[in-house]
Ligand binder design. Sequence first.
Ligand SMILES: [Cu+2]
Length: 139
Amino acid sequence: MMRYAILAVGVLLFGCGAPEAPLVASDVEITRPMPGRNMSAGFLVLANNTDADIRITAVTSPQFGAVELHETTIDDGISRMRELDELVIPARGSVTLERGGKHLMLMRAQDIGDAVTLQLLSDDVPVLSIDYVFPGEQD
Ligand SMILES: [Cu+2]
């Protein structure tokens, strides 16, 4: 039985009539805020099916007041997060956002029901919309 569904829709920015979407998200996972907290993290793989680099410069979500691109690094054994200005998905390549590495920081959670929508933007132009449904809440 399908317990969750991930729908990724590419917006036609990088050429018409292409059989595959220019930018594809997979392995999407969004954490729920801890009790009493209003912050979540997002992990996913972004694959670029075009011959040009794709720069993600902003991410928005109606369920969160702010979304930042972060990277976790270890300095002298201490884990730190820094904000990235942009995320570049190389032509015909992919970028993995994962625990301990690059990730989405979803802040100021508002009314989170059973789903989260993310909008990825490149210089204010929407390039990918991701609908994530929390697992195990469909029944
Ligand atoms: Cu972070």
